[in-house]
Write a protein that binds this ligand. Structure first.
Ligand code: NAD
Ligand code: UFG
Length: 349
């Protein structure tokens, strides 16, 4: 029998790519998303890309904090596991509006966990972030590193990780996998789904992409005096399809008899500087990205990349794609959808 998976935040960037991989892997998938930071067009496109498997996808426009609506969904389907992406993720906004972030991310998660528990669904994969490593003193980051949070967004990730561990301690039937993502970029190779941030992008590659399609004049490089290969910040960029596959590996791991509450990094283990990434994107797109050098962005770390050993060993998962493929697929998505899922008229940024 095909397994039923609930995906919260499944209309979003990482969620939509994961839902597609789930469908293609033969899972029946229910998406819950309030569309606060996404469009239902992504759901329609995922359905199309999944071909005959598209019939195994259903979508509910529901906010996680709406417990009666969640209850109804759980009473209609018996879920084998939940993959929980839904949350707000803009670091700067979280500093300005901490209560919004605590309300949405924490209350939403608590509501979800309560409803899961009430319906006997105790298998969870949660989207955490490399942000919990703060400013690592050495790299690569292993899962045992000390954790810290630099902003309210990061604190919601830390708190939810702790909540998950506490739940498992209180009830050993729970099996929970916390996935710490590094820097997801790129898009599905079809170019039909990808990242579509609202407003001014916070992250490097969505910004580069908008410069390439002439929506913005230049990329501001935040700092070129770091102790790195060319002075710019170094990160572990990971193709979103690799990341999506990491979730399928995590689901398989949940079938192990007793995994408890385990944490895994999902990254490539390779560091790439801002200038190296821009140059790879210019090569892939044939577009020149004008640069404006600026000071460091407050809160930014110098070098962050993952140790991938634990995920390789225990999830039997390893990234396949390099930065060339990430940039190729990012450009394919951008050139086919210069305004994401919207149009110049619907875009107010
Ligand atoms: P996204 O914004 O594209 O997707 C999140 C989705 O959750 C959106 O579709 C949004 O509408 C939905 N959502 C938010 N709050 C909700 C609520 N209360 N109820 C129902 N739906 C809600 O973001 P993404 O990049 O796909 O990130 C997915 C998850 O991964 C997030 O939890 C994020 O914090 C985490 N993460 C992302 C990155 C990254 O760089 N993209 C890095 C590390 C961790
Ligand atoms: N950068 C620029 N210009 C920009 C945007 C970014 O130079 O316009 C630089 C940053 O200074 C950094 C690198 O590009 O050196 C990557 O920046 P991102 O904002 O794309 O990624 P971060 O690693 O800083 O943070 C992201 C998410 C966090 C998450 C973290 C790890 O924003 O929420 O990845 O997953 F925690």
């Amino acid at each position: 029998m095909a397994k039923n998976i609930l995906v919260t935040g499944g209309a979003g960037y990482i969620g939509s790519h994961t839902v597609l991989q789930l469908l293609l892997g033969g899972y029946r998938t229910v998406v819950v998303d309030n569309l606060d930071n996404s469009s239902d067009i992504s759901i329609k496109r995922v359905k199309e890309l999944a071909g005959e498997f598209g019939n195994n996808l259903s979508f509910y426009q529901v906010d996680l904090r709406d417990k009666p609506a969640l209850e109804k969904i759980f009473s209609e389907t018996k879920f084998d596991a939940v993959i929980h992406f839904a949350g707000l993720k803009a670091v700067g906004e979280s500093v300005e509006k901490p209560l919004l972030y605590y309300d949405n991310n924490l209350i939403g998660t608590i509501a979800l966990l309560e409803v899961m528990s009430a319906h006997g669904c105790k298998n969870l994969v949660f989207s955490s972030s490399a942000t919990v490593y703060g400013w690592p003193k050495v790299v690569p980051c292993t899962e045992e590193f000390p954790l810290c949070a630099a902003n309210p967004y990061g604190r919601t990730k830390l708190f939810i990780e702790e909540i998950c561990c506490d739940i498992h301690r209180s009830d050993s039937e729970w099996k929970i996998i916390l996935l710490r993502y590094f820097n997801p970029v790129g898009a599905h190779p079809s170019g039909h789904i990808g990242e579509d941030p609202r407003g001014i992008p916070n992250n490097l590659m969505p910004f580069v992409q908008q410069v390439a399609v002439a929506r913005r004049p230049a990329l501001t490089v935040f700092g070129n005096d770091y102790n790195t290969v060319d002075g710019t910040g170094v990160r572990d960029y990971i193709h979103v399809v690799d990341l999506a596959d990491g979730h399928i590996a995590a689901l398989r791991k949940l079938s192990d008899r007793s995994i408890g509450c385990e944490v895994y990094n999902l990254g490539t283990g390779k560091g790439t500087s801002v200038l190296e990434m821009v140059s790879a994107f210019e090569k892939a797109s044939g577009k020149k990205i004008p640069l404006v050098m600026a000071g460091r962005r407050p809160g930014d770390a110098e070098i962050v990349y993952a140790s991938t050993e634990k995920a390789e060993r225990e999830l039997n998962w390893k990234s396949k794609y390099g930065i060339e493929e990430m940039c190729r697929d990012q450009w394919n998505w951008a050139s086919k959808n210069p305004y994401g899922y919207g149009s110049p008229e619907t875009n107010h940024s």
